[in-house]
Design a protein around this ligand. Structure first.
Ligand code: SF4
Ligand code: SF4
Length: 114
């Protein structure tokens, strides 16, 4: 998130500074990641949906196959898709995904998001 010239960041109030990816199960990496034509992701990490969308492939537990399962971080960080680059830590969408994951796991329900 970049601040505007003059110092005021209009989105800063929507970011929760208490949330850190380093203390998260990378639950945003369970969302469907649709690839854009300009994305340069290794092809073997991608998939096609039944509707023909080019997406990041996911493993049997629901995480993107590019996740490093030992460190729970992106193994292709420098070439990650554009949609991943826009996903902001602590943003409303981040908080929503974390809340959903927490709620559904608490009930023992496997999470599937489309
Ligand atoms: S962006 Fe949010 S959901 Fe994704 S890893 Fe970071 S804290 Fe977790
Ligand atoms: S490409 Fe990287 S950042 Fe994007 S969903 Fe997969 S593991 Fe997460």
């Amino acid at each position: 998130m970049s601040a505007l010239p003059g110092g005021e960041d209009p989105y800063s109030e929507s970011i929760d500074p208490g949330i850190a990816c380093s203390a998260c199960d990378a639950v945003c990496c369970r969302l469907t990641v649709v690839l854009m034509p300009e994305d340069r992701v290794p092809r073997h990490l991608t998939d096609r949906t039944e509707h023909g969308l080019h997406v990041m492939a996911r493993d049997e537990d629901g995480w993107c196959v590019a996740i490093d399962p030992h460190r729970m971080c992106c193994s292709i960080y420098d070439e990650r898709p554009s949609i991943c680059r826009k996903f902001a830590m602590g943003s409303p969408y981040c908080r929503d995904v974390r809340d959903t994951y927490r709620d559904q796991n608490a009930r023992g329900i496997p999470l599937t998001m489309y």
